[in-house]
Design a protein around this ligand. Structure first.
Ligand SMILES: [Fe+2]
Ligand SMILES: [Fe+2]
Length: 190
């Protein structure tokens, strides 16, 4: 499975991140009694289209008739998530809808996240090459309790958005609400 992924991703740092996500996803899966293999595959392939320029993301999404919302159109980089799921199917033969769904949801989250979705979402935020204060502590939390890990990552994501004056995606807000995370006031009126 690793064969061809490095070439497809096209950049050493992004490949290293993908390996980090695969390993972290595997650890989280094992800690919570989920299939490590599915988590590893989803982690490895989650960012296949991450380095594509906006024009290519939009063109390839249109070509495949992917449903895009206003947020996607305004922030095309997020389209790399559903497009990476398409590439996992087309170029790596992945037929597991759970794996493809977890890849699709890894960037923005969604109101309804199953355990594999959560493992990939968390692994993307918590793999060792991500450098920010509190990462290791949140990973420890997630290894003990996936819901608590989700709350911590979502809180940190929303704080980051609020501090930078960024508008979170409606899907991310829906995800935060589903986990009972308080939405910072300034984000509600953005
Ligand atoms: Fe990504
Ligand atoms: Fe990623």
């Amino acid at each position: 499975m690793t064969h061809g992924v490095r070439e497809e991703i096209g950049q050493e740092a992004r490949y290293r991140h993908s390996i980090g996500v695969a390993r972290t996803a595997e650890r989280l899966a094992m800690a919570h009694g989920l299939e490590a293999r599915r988590a590893r595959i989803a982690g490895l392939l989650h960012d296949l289209a991450r380095l594509w320029p906006k024009d290519r993301l939009l063109a390839e999404a249109h070509r495949r008739r992917l449903a895009l919302d206003d947020f996607d159109m305004a922030h095309p980089v997020v389209i790399h998530a559903p497009l990476s799921a398409e590439l996992a199917r087309e170029r790596f033969g992945v037929r597991d809808d759970g794996v493809l769904g977890a890849i699709r949801k890894h960037t923005l989250g969604e109101a309804h996240m199953n355990p594999l979705d959560v493992v990939i979402y968390l692994a993307d935020a918590l793999e060792p090459w991500r450098a920010y204060d509190g990462r290791a502590a949140i990973l420890d939390t997630a290894l003990r309790d996936l819901d608590a890990g989700m709350r911590a990552v979502l809180e940190s994501t929303l704080r980051h958005h609020a501090a930078r004056g960024l508008t979170p995606a409606p899907k991310t807000l829906a995800c935060a609400r589903a986990y009972g995370v308080a939405i910072p006031k300034e984000l509600l009126y953005a």
